[in-house]
Ligand binder design. Structure first.
Ligand code: SAH
Ligand code: SF4
Ligand code: F3S
Length: 439
């Protein structure tokens, strides 16, 4: 038998890219590739890229430049660009970087085997179509190998919301939901391979409306079906849009035993004037009322969110409204970004905020978020949580896992295996994690 070819994949961006990288690796497995952790001994390098902010996109070109030497040493090395930069700038990548052999958009991964074969003839391959066929069905040939206790599972992809700052509707395409039975089969397969916790993924996951046995199913309907899967212990989902937070989903947070008390619900800004310009179609008030209802259903839920500061025309007063909203919600986690102009999006045409003012606002917002994050984490001390152990810690005998609230918890001298779920008494709170003892 010939030596297997080696594939090095580097993943940028969101969790969906992590899921996609796994699928690409499996697909190329059918072509005789095995994954390697180092680009130096690879026969193929794939960068799975993100286009969400300018910096993310620019990283790709600098990373590609670094492979020049490798390619000179090894002329047979194939270099590919996948993901959202590939979708948005495919032709430009080919022009700007002659090293690149292959460019594949997120909707065309199932065509990788043919594309790879084409590069072996010395030609370059580019595919950024939005094909009609179901790529998930074509990506099915999975090895039955064991895997870690947590996994991502894409249930919905694309977005029809067109927030004025965002490239996702252009790079991922229109919103599409996968049929429920296929998702459930995929979940069962993951569980057989050792997975105990699944995070359902979608750019607008709570807009899920996949075909079920009795017509379209909601995300809550899908979660209830997954709740029946033996051996699956935990269900999470991300990312949600406030406008799609349906009553049955809120209720599931109170009643569905495997659904975890953590919700990522981005609001982006606390100013109605800015929300309107962002095309978010919700107000700060409607968002706050929504959170009240979610907390009524599940009082201990930990909230998480995303914010953009320095959106075009944001004033100090608008920013203050964001700070007020954060103060009211108190997020357990939140991700905040300085607005980044994305060519082709409506906001790119609007008057931009002074970058220094935006930097200053970002710092103030992040300080407030960190303070709340710390308070919520510290309040866990003395409580009993349930931890899914994921891996050994840095110290000998230490094991690390996640609580139901997604806090990292480490336990010393822990006689537990990876994949075990155990009750843990929280004894301390550090910068980014909690310390605990087995119950
Ligand atoms: N689909 C998800 C996430 C989209 S991208 C959602 O709708 O929430 C993740 C986050 O990146 C967004 O929530 C937003 O806060 C941020 N983001 C998107 N476009 C951006 C831009 N042009 N500049 C800065 N941050 C941006
Ligand atoms: Fe982007 Fe808005 Fe769609 Fe989220 S809802 S992916 S921010 S356009
Ligand atoms: Fe980035 Fe594309 Fe995800 S732009 S955030 S990789 S959907």
């Amino acid at each position: 038998m010939s030596e297997p070819k080696k594939l090095y994949i580097k993943t940028y961006g969101c969790q969906m890219n992590v899921y996609d990288s796994e699928r690409m690796s499996e697909t190329l497995g059918g072509q005789g590739y095995v994954e390697t952790q180092s680009p130096d001994d690879a026969d193929m390098i794939l960068l799975n890229t993100c286009h969400i902010r300018e910096k993310a996109a620019e990283k790709v070109y600098s990373e590609l430049g670094r492979f020049k030497g490798l390619k000179a040493e090894k002329p047979d090395l194939k270099i590919g660009v996948a993901g959202c930069v590939a979708q948005a700038e495919g032709e430009e990548i080919m022009r700007r970087q002659p090293l690149v052999d292959l460019v594949v958009g997120p909707q065309s991964y199932h065509r990788l085997p043919e594309m790879e074969a084409k590069t072996r003839t010395g030609a370059r391959a580019l595919d950024t179509d939005f094909p009609e066929e179901d790529k998930f069905e074509k990506l099915k040939n999975r090895p039955k190998a064991k895997r870690g206790p947590t996994a991502f599972l894409t249930v919905q992809e694309g977005c029809d919301k067109f927030c004025a700052f965002c490239v996702v509707p252009y790079t991922r395409g229109a919103e599409v939901s996968r049929p429920a039975d296929r998702i459930i089969r995929e979940a069962q397969d993951l569980v057989e391979r050792g997975v105990r916790e699944i995070t359902l993924l979608g750019q607008n996951v709570n807009a899920y409306h996949g075909a079920g046995v009795n017509g379209d199913m909601t995300l809550a309907g899908l979660i209830w079906e997954l709740n029946k899967v033996d051996g699956l212990e935990r269900i999470r989902f991300t990312t949600s849009h406030p406008n799609d937070m349906a009553d049955d989903l809120i209720e599931a947070h109170g009643t569905c035993e495997k659904l975890m008390p953590y919700l990522h619900l981005p609001v982006q800004s606390g100013s109605d004037r800015i929300l309107k310009r962002m095309n978010r179609s919700h107000t700060a008030e409607s968002y706050l009322r929504l959170i009240e209802r979610i907390r009524a259903a599940r009082p201990d839920i930990v909230m998480s969110g995303d914010f953009i500061v320095g959106f075009p025309e944001e004033t100090e007063e608008d920013f203050q409204a964001t700070m007020d909203l954060v103060e009211e919600v108190k997020y357990g986690y939140a991700y905040s970004f300085k607005y980044s102009t994305r060519p082709g999006t409506p906001a790119a045409e609007r008057p931009q905020v002074d970058p220094e003012a935006a930097d200053n606002r970002l710092q103030r917002l992040q300080a407030l978020i960190t303070q709340h994050q710390r308070e919520i984490q510290d309040a866990m001390v003395g409580r009993k949580v349930r931890v899914l152990f994921e891996k050994p810690g840095r110290l000998p005998g230490q094991m690390v896992g996640k609580s139901e609230y997604l806090h990292s918890v480490h336990v010393s001298e822990a006689d537990v295996a990876v994949g075990e779920l155990r009750d843990v008494q929280i004894t301390g709170s550090g910068a980014n994690s909690l310390a605990g003892a087995l119950f």
